[in-house]
Ligand binder design. Structure first.
Ligand SMILES: [Zn+2]
Ligand SMILES: [Zn+2]
Length: 269
């Protein structure tokens, strides 16, 4: 089985503490064939939400080269980005991308509640009741739809992210089963345009998105799908990669997707 982890963070992310070389070493230890670094490229500054239009690409390129020098004979190392909160300011997102070197892969991610909740970071979602969370999910999906219509990325990142933080912060197990119409509308927007989704292995918890949504995407003709651990530390590199690829196969997927300079390559599952 060809194993690829397409969602990894390094010290080039504000919440990353390990270099690309250290993360690549862990990928070699786990027997991965390919990895892609996707550090946070956000339209706002962490913590302050101040507008942001710059990224230290020189450092990212330097680290990727160093990692390839050390481990490039053992695995393929790609350089991408996790573009966050593009829907807050598409002009800033376009500036961030236009200043980047030729990237292999871009994840489009929403980490915030939508406009009706002041774009508060989902990480800080308050303890509340289910109706509140359903409203947050609707609001979040509005931003995901706006992001999808814009479409300047290869895959939608960790769709259903609110369920992770509702669980972490309130101990409440929720899913998107009451929001499948909105999810389907998003898939009908991205699939014809050749935009895919990721299956985020979510530190070994229920994947984001879960099996029911993976099956819906496949049923609607979705073919492009990456698997990513979202690891910020070596311990999670390649987390549940093989099991997740097996899950994709069971959901009817025939291929795992990898990317070179934005162009998809299909690896039989
Ligand atoms: Zn993310
Ligand atoms: Zn991430």
């Amino acid at each position: 089985m060809y194993l690829a982890d397409y969602h990894l963070h390094s010290t080039c992310s504000p919440d990353g503490h390990y270099t690309m070389t250290r993360m690549a070493e862990a990928a070699v230890e786990r027997g991965l064939n390919e990895i892609c670094f996707t550090d946070h490229l956000d339209t706002v500054e962490w913590g302050t939400y101040a507008p942001r239009t710059t990224f230290n690409w020189a450092e990212a390129v330097r680290q990727a080269e160093e990692a390839r020098e050390k481990w490039g004979d053992r695995l393929t190392i790609r350089l991408g980005a996790e573009l966050g909160e593009a829907a807050l300011a598409f002009d800033r997102a376009e500036k961030l991308l236009s200043d980047a070197p030729a990237l292999d892969f871009v994840i489009g991610s929403v980490h915030m509640m939508g406009p009706r909740h002041g774009h508060e970071d989902l990480y800080y979602i308050p303890k509340a009741d289910e109706p509140f969370y359903h409203d947050v999910i609707d609001d979040y999906l509005d931003d995901v739809m706006a992001l999808s219509r814009w479409g300047k990325f290869q895959v939608l990142g960790h769709l259903t992210l609110p369920v992770r933080y509702i669980w972490d912060n309130a101990g409440l197990k929720m899913d998107f089963s009451a929001h499948m119409d909105a999810v389907e509308a998003i898939f009908r927007e991205i699939i014809p345009r050749g935009i895919g989704i990721e299956c985020n292995t979510n530190r070994g918890a229920i994947p984001l998105p879960d099996e029911s949504i993976l099956r819906l995407y496949r049923r609607l003709g979705g073919e492009i799908i990456t698997v990513g651990s979202d690891a910020h530390s070596p311990a999670y590199v390649g987390c549940r990669a093989a099991q997740t690829q097996e899950l994709l196969r069971q959901c009817g997927f025939r291929y795992l997707t990898t990317f070179t300079k934005g162009k998809p390559e299909f690896r039989p599952l």
